[in-house]
Design a binder for this molecule. Structure first.
Ligand SMILES: Cc1cc2nc3c(=O)[nH]c(=O)nc-3n(C[C@H](O)[C@H](O)[C@H](O)COP(=O)(O)OP(=O)(O)OC[C@H]3O[C@@H](n4cnc5c(N)ncnc54)[C@H](O)[C@@H]3O)c2cc1C
Length: 475
């Protein structure tokens, strides 16, 4: 993935803006650039657009939207930024965090008003770490459906989308001004394209074991369940260009991958009162702190394994979920009529396991905060039979990357910004700070949405200022 430093590189065709990667960030960046009047080429390595959001529900947090006002929810970007800062214990970039929080609500409204997206606000209990209900999703509550609507909007807007085409090389002059890209078409043909500005929206690097070993060795051995396009291509180019990297140690993982079924277990098991014990029969932390906080603790346990333990009430609720029923039918869920019988069944020391579960039940009965600071005041006490499912850590994505300013311009290691290079979403440094525990749920989709729009708009403005028109058509 070289950067070719050529001062007078000539291209047969040049677009105002090229966006590399058509995940949420890239789709939004392309739409924003097109709305600002630019001709846009969006290049995606996979055969279909959408990236990682297709693997989730696509509920995007935004504060101060009309949907919240209609539901009587008072919220503001300041409040949202404060929630993010609280979660990251003040370790995320203050200006970028406020900028991203401020950009989210206008982006949600823009997609509805100008691109026919329909949003529904989640009005249940606020998601862990959020002080308000602020998750917005399409009516289907699915990332796939959101992507379908965005792709339709992009095609209506006249954005040229090229799929199955990985961008391999960048061209730049000695000052670091990017002049174009080279990508490989599905036929194997290599095609060069010039651009006035470039947006990197290539996602994270969790599918790249080499980068994981270098930047986050603790998760290099974890099972990766994310999108295979998260190969860290932007990092190869960044290091050659001399771009600054930030927060590359941050990641999003869940202590919830059923072993050996390799399917994520529902958050409901823990949120409704379940606990996790290691192979010694001991709990090792507060399971309800955002699941990302718990994953690093699980990695440190013997064999990196734990049993999620819960009771009949939680099991019955979970059986309403397709994913859980599948796991149950596959034999992943063990159950027994007593604590001792369950310990024997799952192979953990009976005495330690018994003491652990008795302590949990005592806290649940007396409605106390337990020794890990977990609030048991609302949890119903476990009854029998008890259930257990064996889990390990699932790595979902990395959260750091190219360091950017509040206009999504990529920063140089020696200070200052590159003349025409932008980044957003997981390709960029994001808003969670350098630690896995700094991740406020929804921050991934938030930074893809907000930074995508900022990057696309900034890139188009720059490309159109004093530049001649684009001179190309994608064949
Ligand atoms: C199972 C799962 C659950 C998740 N749940 C949540 C959640 O609850 N909340 C949340 O906020 N986030 C969640 N996420 C993370 C979320 O999906 C990401 O934060 C977000 O989608 C990142 O968007 P992005 O556009 O930056 O990157 P991506 O979605 O990774 O998109 C990057 C795109 O760039 C393409 N690409 C990469 N390199 C090249 C190249 N060289 N040339 C061309 N194309 C390239 C990739 O193929 C990909 O399509 C989840 C992710 C997964 C996998």
């Amino acid at each position: 993935m070289p950067v070719n430093f050529v001062d007078d590189k000539k291209f047969e065709a040049t677009a105002h803006v090229i966006v590399v990667g058509a995940g949420l960030c890239g789709l939004i960046a392309a739409l924003a650039a097109r709305d600002a009047g630019a001709d846009v080429l969006l290049v995606e390595r996979e055969d279909n657009v959408g990236g990682a959001i297709q693997m989730g529900r696509g509920l995007i947090p935004a504060a101060g939207t009309s949907y919240q006002r209609d539901a009587g929810i008072a919220d503001s970007p300041g409040q949202f930024a404060a929630d993010m800062q609280r979660k990251s214990k003040g370790s995320s970039d203050v200006r970028l965090t406020l900028g991203v929080a401020t950009a989210a609500a206008p982006a949600i409204e823009w997609l509805a008003d100008d691109h026919e997206l329909v949003w529904r606000l989640e009005v249940g209990r606020p998601q862990s770490g959020h002080s308000r209900q602020r998750l917005h999703g399409v009516p289907e509550r699915s990332g796939v459906a959101l992507v379908r609507r965005l792709e339709e909007a992009a095609r209506r807007a006249g954005i040229a989308i090229v799929t199955g085409s990985q961008v391999l090389d960048l061209y730049a002059d000695r000052s670091g001004r990017v002049s174009g890209v080279m990508f490989r078409r599905p036929s194997g043909m290599r095609q060069e394209f010039g651009c006035h500005t470039l947006v990197l929206a290539t996602g994270g690097f969790a599918a790249n074991t080499g980068f994981l070993r270098r930047y986050i060795p603790e998760v290099a051995g974890a099972q990766y369940v994310g999108h295979r396009g998260s190969a860290g291509d932007a990092l190869y180019w960044a290091t050659q260009l001399g771009a600054a990297l930030k927060n590359t140690s941050a990641y999003f993982a869940r202590a919830a991958l059923a072993v050996p079924y390799w399917q994520l277990t529902s958050r409901l098991l823990i949120e409704e009162g379940g606990v996790q014990v290691n192979l010694k029969g001991e709990r090792f932390g507060n399971e309800v702190e955002a699941s990302t906080d718990f994953a690093p603790l699980l990695i440190a346990q013997p064999q990196g394994l734990a049993w999620t333990v819960y009771d009949e009430r939680i099991h019955s609720e979970a059986m309403l979920l397709d994913d859980y029923r599948e796991l149950f039918d596959a034999g992943a869920v063990r159950h027994a009529g007593s604590i001792e019988a369950l310990a024997a069944l799952i192979g953990v020391p009976v005495t330690e396991f018994g003491q652990t579960i008795e302590h949990v039940i005592n806290c649940q009965r007396s409605r106390e905060v337990d020794l890990f600071g977990r609030d048991m005041t609302h949890a119903a006490a476990f009854g029998t039979p008890l259930y257990a499912v064996c889990v390990t850590t699932a790595l979902i994505n990395t959260l750091g990357g190219l360091s950017i300013d509040t206009r999504a311009r990529v920063l140089r290691t020696e200070g200052g910004v590159f003349p025409n290079l932008y980044a957003g979403g997981h390709a960029s440094s994001g808003v969670t700070g350098p630690h896995a525990w700094g991740y406020l749920p929804g921050s991934g989709w938030l930074s893809a949405l907000s930074l995508g729009r900022i990057a696309g708009h900034s890139a188009a403005e720059q490309a159109l200022a004093g530049q001649s028109g684009a001179d190309w058509a994608v064949k």
